[in-house]
Design a binder for this molecule. Sequence first.
Ligand SMILES: *[C@@H]1O[C@H](CO)[C@@H](O)[C@H](O)[C@H]1NC(C)=O
Ligand SMILES: *[C@@H]1O[C@H](CO)[C@@H](O)[C@H](O)[C@H]1NC(C)=O
Ligand SMILES: *[C@@H]1O[C@H](CO)[C@@H](O)[C@H](O)[C@H]1NC(C)=O
Ligand SMILES: *[C@@H]1O[C@H](CO)[C@@H](O)[C@H](O)[C@H]1NC(C)=O
Ligand SMILES: *[C@@H]1O[C@H](CO)[C@@H](O)[C@H](O)[C@H]1NC(C)=O
Ligand SMILES: *[C@@H]1O[C@H](CO)[C@@H](O)[C@H](O)[C@H]1NC(C)=O
Length: 304
Amino acid sequence: MASRSLMLSTLLLFLSTFALSIPLQTQTCPKTFDGRIPQNFTKQTFTTAQNPFNPKYVLGHNQTWDQVIDFPDVPSSIFDSEAGTKPVEVELTDASVFVSGSEGRETALRRAELLVNNKNQTVSGKVTWMFSMRTSPSPSLALNLSHEYLLAFHEAQDFQADFWSLKVGLPMQEALRGPNGEVLYLQGYKWAQPMQTYFMAPFTRNVWHNFGLYLDFVDNKMQIAYSTGAEKLEIVTPLLANNISGTPPTTLGETHFGLQKRPVGANITNFLFNGFQPEGIRERLVVGGVLQFLLWVASASRLV
Ligand SMILES: *[C@@H]1O[C@H](CO)[C@@H](O)[C@H](O)[C@H]1NC(C)=O
Ligand SMILES: *[C@@H]1O[C@H](CO)[C@@H](O)[C@H](O)[C@H]1NC(C)=O
Ligand SMILES: *[C@@H]1O[C@H](CO)[C@@H](O)[C@H](O)[C@H]1NC(C)=O
Ligand SMILES: *[C@@H]1O[C@H](CO)[C@@H](O)[C@H](O)[C@H]1NC(C)=O
Ligand SMILES: *[C@@H]1O[C@H](CO)[C@@H](O)[C@H](O)[C@H]1NC(C)=O
Ligand SMILES: *[C@@H]1O[C@H](CO)[C@@H](O)[C@H](O)[C@H]1NC(C)=O
């Protein structure tokens, strides 16, 4: 189903030969970031310095995080289960118009992204992101998969490139389109020609989609592990070449988790201001257990 759904450039579909279950060792491995949300967090806590993500960004100009965050009634993700932490839901509405220092009012985008910034240790060296995502339990808050959404991405320090991005929905650019938008896909460096798509999976509703993303900023390599529901992660790609470290002043940068809804009828150079966004929207994504380890947890567990 996934391979029929998108006719994207270079595709390395996962093979069972890479399958390797990864035991979770979240307590013992050194972490470079822990974005798991304690049970006692309220919506209000997200506006304070206790928020492990940035309490001010990236959301609508006139919004605060307490208006964007909710706590959905869904089973814990695998990375939350062990820590007893809880998932969050982010919401896009017509008010989700971000005003950036460099670009101004991004009228054609809708944004509600949990932001990890000013944390060099998360965007250098050799690290592994773990995170889970799923649809809202409420069907009336579904995404509109006629649009392209970024669900997670690493943005360069100068904000002009994404080193990797996890997306869902119909790709904004016609050249990358297939018939169906109900597919998760992980792409490489935004300006690569052709842009690489390293992994795809059906965006099945009402189940967790769990990712382990190894990033080697020293050698410009990454590797993807994936599972659904409560299953352990399995490595689903070989070690992949990707330009994740940039060159000054693009190096380092920041990582986003949540929803960035792109317009239809625009392209990669004009989508901040051009193209169409329907009005009257309410759309949500559930995010669980965002954390980052030093090193590749998979290789660590192989040695144990
Ligand atoms: C949650 O509980 C912990 C431990 O008691 C406490 O340190 C923290 O301040 C509490 N956080 C909130 C947002 O209430
Ligand atoms: C935020 O509110 C101010 C004051 O009403 C308004 O001028 C501005 O355009 C709003 N920003 C956005 C992005 O809608
Ligand atoms: C992060 O790296 C930049 C560039 O090397 C440096 O200017 C900055 O001081 C570093 N920040 C921290 C907190 O180490
Ligand atoms: C989904 O998006 C398309 C393109 O913007 C729009 O035409 C359509 O009305 C939207 N569907 C819903 C249910 O909002
Ligand atoms: C890697 O990324 C940096 C910054 O985003 C860019 O300047 C550089 O040209 C890219 N290298 C390649 C080989 O694409
Ligand atoms: C994007 O669209 C604009 C306006 O139609 C056009 O001028 C520009 O060349 C397009 N860019 C790309 C990369 O397709």
